[in-house]
Design a protein around this ligand. Structure first.
Ligand code: ADP
Ligand code: SF4
Length: 704
């Protein structure tokens, strides 16, 4: 039963000629599936529609080959075959009564056209962000052509069944935004200079789109109200708002955000729920059209407050809809405890940025809906009345236990410590990572409701305990611990350490060990841990803290989670001394020796303590022990032992959760189910066209 306080969230909202059935609006978000894995894409969006989102949008839908994001997957409307995968998508969304939104896009100089090799387009001659090429300043013919492509794509999108058509001027990724912004547009014709001139193209494209599809589709402008780049760019309370005021009633809705992407998709380490309000709040002051906005909203109270205070009309969501595609339905059914809240870690963004299909730390089923037939809320029924013993209640063990429990198996979950959560509990004690505890909290909350799951805290299991319990299926989820010897990506043997320097690991930092300065954090892991350990030590008053890394940047892999710049800035501001491109080669007598990775020149840095953030070792003692015991007791009741999570291959929390879910999904299921992986059938229907394209070519005159 829905709490009446949330009724307002279920009111319909009219967007031009169409009506969204409620205020839950899945804004466009990348996913690494798109037209490359169209069935996977359609299934993923379809599950969101099933979960109650009133509108479900695509990610980037390129309108023309001059906007080509290769190698990143994209949707496109370039030629006739492109409609097919999009129809899969609109059908999947419509099946559940949601509106389908098409984010028509042209990336201007923000793309690189690596597949199509078309010249890049831009308001002004401008270097490409990605490759050593430049974009061409668009002349009038280019502008006319661009308007034609957009109009044609809008018509196609309507034909394919989209209900909402985007005019996209946001994310620091779009041609239309580049025209708006002083810092990107240096033209001296009627499309540059004054604000009115810079806004001209956006106005024209909105008018074109309304004219083309406004009879049947809502036209939504996705717009960056603040570029957070200072007075040269768009500023919310100045030109950012003025542009909305000038075009206020022209589109059917405004989808508002800040840019670029690192500011828009901020992680919980840097921003809390509702962080875009200071910028979005200006928009409803100047338009009567519905306003959509984001802010990693997971709390229905915050959502209601946004609507009631007149900040937003529709609760835009990308990440919360990834972490919990059923968030609206759970609010509707009064099941707030079941909401799987996004933790703001940006693994979903990172997987896209490395060119992979989407992963999520909280929702291991995202991207697996078609590929493996997984569903975030539905589980295959247990095949028998088997019992399973899961050892270790970190993310892998917790997810495995909850999914097996949901399937209906009898589950026994044993955890050595009093606290559940394993690494998630430990890591959430570090600076800025408190929301990561949601990975534990959601799973513990689910387990608490199951009568077929027993949890044993403070139960460090031995091989003998396992044999004594006599449960035939045993899952070992005992995790991993950080190495202290310096072995890692760069040093493939232990780093020599003499007297006078104390060695610690992130595990020590997380358990609150006293670490005296000066401290050197040696980060050879490259993800978040090195940076967050240095930040935490500084905050705990460890005194002088320095960080050395063989990489050219601190926490380099966090470029994929959009955090690298912020992490390095935060460390510098906190007074952490940074030694980049430096390997740790030895330590003794209150000093460490660092070596330049290029010149091999060495330097000494004072350090009474070192925190080694290099690599982890799987905790396999128990696994080995039980295998030995089973070897000597062939008649034992224990029949199958499987490792999951970090105790196979230490990795991300997302990987541990996935591993736990995978065991549960595949337990007692036939192997054939697993073979659907990556099996998107390819239709070879273009062979004839390929041949005909070559018929009219003269054969080159070879000299032999
Ligand atoms: P993962 O990320 O793979 O889930 P974690 O390191 O987060 O791994 O969690 C492993 C959990 O296993 C920890 O909470 C740890 O206390 C627990 N554990 C380790 N060894 C044992 C054991 N012998 N018996 C019970 N629990 C154990
Ligand atoms: Fe949220 Fe992290 Fe999942 Fe992305 S990966 S939706 S940030 S929990």
């Amino acid at each position: 039963m829905r709490d009446p306080r949330y009724d307002i969230l279920f009111e319909p909202v009219k967007i031009g000629p169409v009506t969204v059935k409620n205020r839950f609006y899945q804004v466009p978000h990348c996913n690494g599936l798109s037209a490359t894995l169209p069935r996977g894409h359609a299934a993923m969006r379809g599950v969101k529609a099933e979960g109650g989102w009133g509108a479900v949008c695509t990610d980037i839908l390129s309108i023309h080959p001059s906007s080509d994001t290769t190698p990143f997957p994209q949707n496109k409307l370039w030629e006739s075959g492109d409609e097919k995968p999009l129809r899969l998508l609109t059908d999947a969304i419509h099946e559940h009564g949601a509106l389908a939104g098409a984010q028509l896009a042209h990336g201007g100089w923000a793309v690189a056209n690596r597949l199509t090799r078309e010249p890049l387009l831009s308001p002004t001659d401008f270097p490409s962000r990605r490759d050593p090429i430049q974009a061409k300043a668009m002349d009038k013919a280019d502008i006319k052509a661009y308007r034609g492509w957009h109009r044609r794509a809008a018509l196609k999108a309507k034909e394919v069944g989209f209900d909402l058509i985007y005019v996209y001027a946001a994310d620091d990724l779009e041609l239309l935004q580049f025209f708006l912004s002083r810092r990107r547009n240096h033209r001296i014709d009627e499309y540059g200079g004054s604000l009115e001139n810079r806004t001209r193209l956006l106005r024209e494209v909105i008018e074109d789109t309304k004219d083309a599809v406004g009879d049947k589709c809502g036209v939504v402008v996705r717009y960056t109200v603040d570029e957070l780049s200072g007075p040269d760019g768009l500023v919310a309370e100045e030109e950012g708002r003025d542009i909305v005021a000038m075009l206020a009633e022209l589109p059917d809705a405004w989808d508002i955000k800040v840019s670029g992407w690192p500011e828009d998709s901020q992680t919980s380490r840097f921003a809390k729920e509702g962080y875009q309000e200071p910028y979005a709040k200006y928009v409803k002051q100047v338009t009567t059209k519905p306003v959509i906005g984001v802010g990693r909203f997971t709390s229905p109270d915050t959502m209601v407050s946004q609507v009631k205070r007149g900040i937003l009309d529709l609760i835009g969501s990308a990440r919360p809809s990834i972490a919990d595609p059923f968030l609206p339905r759970k609010i509707d059914e009064g099941r707030l405890d079941d909401i799987r809240e996004c933790i703001g870690c940006n693994m979903c963004v990172a997987t896209y940025n490395v060119g992979a299909p989407i992963n999520c730390t909280q929702n291991p089923t995202i991207g697996e809906e078609y590929k493996r037939g997984w569903h975030p809320e539905r589980y295959r029924r247990a095949k028998s009345d088997a019992s399973v013993l899961v050892i270790g209640a970190g993310p892998a063990g917790l997810e495995c236990a909850q999914a097996l429990g949901n399937r209906g198996y009898e589950v026994h979950l044993a955890e050595a410590t009093r606290e559940l959560g394993g690494r998630v509990t430990r890591e959430s004690s570090l600076n800025g990572l408190s929301e990561w505890a949601r990975v534990r909290d959601w799973r513990v909350g689910q387990l608490a409701k199951m009568t077929n799951v027993s949890i044993y805290r403070e139960s460090r299991m031995t091989g003998a305990d396992i044999l004594e319990m006599g449960i035939p299926t045993v899952v070992i989820a005992t995790g991993a611990s950080w190495r202290s010897d310096g072995f890692g990506r760069t040093n493939h043997k232990a780093v020599p350490v003499g007297q006078g320097v104390r060695i610690f690991t992130p595990d020590d930092v997380m358990s609150g060990a006293q670490i005296d300065g000066p401290v050197l954090v040696f980060d050879d892991d490259d993800f978040y841990m090195g940076g967050v350990v240095a930040e935490t030590l500084k905050a705990r008053g460890a005194g002088s803290v320095s960080l050395a890394t063989p990489n050219a940047m601190v926490s380099a892999w966090t470029a994929n989670t959009l955090e690298q710049f912020k992490i390095q800035r935060r460390l510098l501001e906190a007074g952490v001394e940074l030694h980049v491109t430096r390997n740790l080669v030895s330590a003794s007598s209150g000093e460490v020796e660092l070596e330049c990775v290029f010149t091999k020149r060495r330097q000494k840095v004072q350090a009474a303590s070192i925190v080694m953030v290099t690599a982890r070792l799987p905790e396999i003692t128990l696994y080995d022990e039980i295998l030995v015991q089973l070897g000597s007791e062939p008649g034992a009741a224990v029949k199958a032992i499987t490792r999951i999570g970090d105790c196979i291959t230490p990795g991300t929390i997302a990987a541990a959760v996935f591993s736990g879910r995978r065991f549960a999904e595949e337990f007692e299921e036939p192997q054939a189910d697993m073979l659907r992986i990556a099996n998107e059938p390819v239709e070879i229907d273009n062979v004839e066209r390929f041949h005909s394209r070559h018929e009219d070519r003269t054969v080159a005159a070879f000299p032999f």
